[in-house]
Design a protein around this ligand. Structure first.
Ligand SMILES: [Zn+2]
Length: 244
């Protein structure tokens, strides 16, 4: 499984980084984890064909994580000429929020005829969703987004990929990340415990318990990015490619 960090930034462009957008190439399917507002810029920048993406998994309903869906769909219709169906998986309320966002950004674009179907799957917390070539288990995170925010545990090709989403520390992260082949962890600040966000100091206190095989930090504020030389964990950057 090959993961491209096509967007590793926070909501505010810290360090000039793009919003969250991870492209995963697996044996039988390619999928996206989060589709932040700048996702189409990410895909173009790293030469990723949007039509290769069968599924988009959304961690939570903030613009830097789901705001690119409307752009992706419009590109699929008008530019990339998609003709295969698209599955979008995320928290309850996903379809309604997406429709409202897309209508606000591109009035009249939501219900037009297209050469592909869009299937929305809204995941109840804690319930494993089995898709064609991957399974996703959402764990409730601590991050206000007007809907449940999730940490995601994804199984595909016999590997476990965990993404914390945005969250302050919560015990559900242990189950979400337990023995994962790769845990992509939000790391917003070196040591300040901010509401709704994870910091490096707190994360490190729990890594032994979670026991992931590999950890990569993402969604970093400028306070983190200014300190990257002093940390002993791997940190993402836009364009980082890893194989697990
Ligand atoms: Zn975010």
């Amino acid at each position: 499984m090959r993961i491209t960090f096509a967007g590793s930034g926070d909501a505010f462009g810290s360090g000039g980084r793009l919003n969250t957008c991870f492209y995963v190439e697996a044996e039988k399917t390619d999928f996206l984890i989060d589709c932040g507002a700048s996702a189409m810029i990410s895909l173009r920048k790293f030469h990723i064909n949007p039509n290769s993406i069968s599924t988009i998994v959304v961690s939570h309903l903030h613009g830097d994580h789901f705001g690119g869906l409307g752009f992706f769909i419009l590109d699929a219709q008008l530019i990339s000429k998609r003709n295969t169906d698209l599955t979008i998986v995320g928290p309850p309320g996903l379809e309604k929020r997406h429709r409202a966002a897309m209508e606000a950004l591109f009035p009249g674009s939501v219900d037009v005829a297209r050469k592909f179907q869009i299937r929305f799957i809204e995941m109840p917390a804690g319930q494993e969703i089995i898709l064609e070539n991957l399974t996703v288990t959402p764990f409730v995170a601590e991050h206000f987004s007007g809907a449940p925010s999730y940490a995601l545990r994804i199984k595909c090709d016999g590997r476990i990929l965990t993404y914390t989403g945005d969250t302050q520390w919560t015990e559900t992260l242990v189950a979400a990340g337990l023995n994962a082949d790769l845990m992509i962890a939000e790391c917003y600040h070196p040591d300040r415990q901010l509401k709704g966000h994870l910091d490096l100091k707190t994360l490190k206190q729990h890594l032994e318990e979670i026991a992931p095989k590999r950890v990569i930090l993402t969604h970093m504020s400028s306070a983190m990015l200014d300190n990257l030389d002093n940390i002993d964990l791997e940190a993402a950057y836009d364009g980082l490619v890893v194989t697990i």
